[in-house]
Design a protein around this ligand. Structure first.
Ligand code: GDP
Ligand code: MN
Length: 378
């Protein structure tokens, strides 16, 4: 789950990371009032869950409350990388001497969290990573020990941070580790962390990704989810506890088990098909969950065929068949459906589906080939 900049920065400030004064607004008039409160010079920033807002014109410096209102009007009517801007953050404008990059993420190869820091922070950091990777300093963290002060000094020195800023930098880095660790984040990033004319460090931007599988431990964070920016089908799926990811192809997939779902998508591709979604109905899914999954798949107009690949273990094939029948009665699908049921109660499942006019298959390869052919209208 992605958090907005303003949400991330609020969390940062609870870990004593300095952030600019500011508030979020949903209308231009509100933005103007906030600017008045803050004393005039502000930055108006689009709150959308994508990077590169600055370059897209979604970050504007206003000299007075009237300008803040104008910019807010403009920015609130923008769409950035396909996402409509619904809110703006109005922050006190900062004076910038230098922009630093500071982030913590997981290094899957090293199997450890890693700190990344660079003196070349700001909107060009991706470019820096490509052309001057040596300008990004990386230090791994032992999660059982956390960050030690000597590490913060090493990093400060490695990025040539002015001496007078080391202490603040150390506190910010330890705070950022606290955020990353406590919130089960997969990314906690400050870009830019700026050195002001007064030599004070401030986090001007904030970005956090939270591990969805840890959200059950963070009900307060779950509430921050901005469903405005998710595909409606994904929101619906979450309600039923289905793991669903919408893709661009035309073959709907209903599978139990994440690994089997991945394998089913691979094999569809092998035979020249394109999956319309990843869907894991989970172990032990009952008829209602299956029916919900089928409605979600069929709500995608691109879907030209559906592949059901069910390996009955805890999940019983007859339950799945009942779910399919319930959903068919309700949504009356017009697309061909290929079904492969094996395992617990497969025979009972198949018997239930005898009158359902579905294409049956014995093996996964056969099912995939039939689904690809069906999607092509063969
Ligand atoms: P992003 O483009 O989505 O990463 O948005 P950022 O919040 O990082 O802003 C992009 C750039 O705008 C920053 O790198 C800064 O150069 C600039 N910027 C952001 N806030 C301020 C501010 O308060 N004052 C000034 N002068 N520049 C700012
Ligand atoms: Mn940024």
């Amino acid at each position: 789950m992605k958090l907005h900049e303003y949400q991330s920065k609020q969390i940062f400030s609870r870990y004593r990371i300095p952030i600019p004064r500011g508030r979020v607004a949903a209308t231009a008039i509100e933005a103007k009032h906030i600017a008045e409160e803050l004393g005039g010079r502000v930055v108006v920033k689009a709150q959308v869950l994508v990077g590169g807002r600055g370059k897209a014109g979604g970050v504007k410096l206003a000299n007075n409350p009237e300008e803040a209102e104008q910019f807010a009007t403009q920015i609130l009517s923008m769409t950035i990388k396909g996402l409509p801007v619904r809110k703006v953050l109005v922050d006190e404008a900062a004076s910038i001497e230098q922009e630093i990059y500071l982030g913590i993420t997981n290094d899957r190869t090293a199997k450890k969290p890693v700190i990344m820091a660079s003196s070349a922070g700001g909107v060009e950091i991706e470019e820096v990573a490509r052309t001057n990777p040596e300008k990004i300093v990386k230090v791994h963290i032992n999660p059982l020990i956390g960050i030690k002060e000597y590490q913060t000094r090493d990093i400060a020195s490695a990025i040539d941070l002015p001496r007078e800023c080391w202490k603040q930098f150390g506190e910010i880095l330890i705070g950022l580790w606290g955020v990353f660790n406590d919130k089960d984040a997969t990314l906690a990033e400050i870009n830019p962390l700026v050195i002001g004319k007064d030599r004070k460090l401030t986090a001007l931007d904030g970005k956090m990704l939270i591990d969805d599988n840890a959200l059950f431990r963070h009900p307060d964070l779950s509430e921050l989810r901005d469903t405005d920016e998710d595909a409606p089908s994904e929101i619906e799926a979450r309600k039923y506890g289905l793991t669903f990811i919408k893709l661009d192809g035309n073959i709907g997939c209903m599978v139990n088990g994440a690994g089997l779902a991945m394998a089913s998508m691979d094999i569809l591709k092998l035979f020249g098909g394109e999956p319309a979604n990843f869907l894991d109905i989970g172990g032990g899914a009952g008829a209602d969950k299956v029916a919900a999954a089928m409605r979600i798949i069929l709500s995608d107009p691109n879907v030209k065929a559906i592949l059901f690949n069910i390996f009955g273990g805890i999940t019983r094939c007859d339950e799945v068949a009942r779910g399919i029948l319930t959903a068919m009665a309700e949504v009356k699908p017009k697309v061909p459906m290929v079904v492969r049921l094996v395992g617990t109660n497969a025979k009972e499942g198949r018997e239930l589906l005898v009158n359902a006019k579905m294409i049956t298959a014995e093996t996964l390869a056969e099912a995939a080939q039939k689904a690809v052919a069906a999607a092509k209208g063969a």
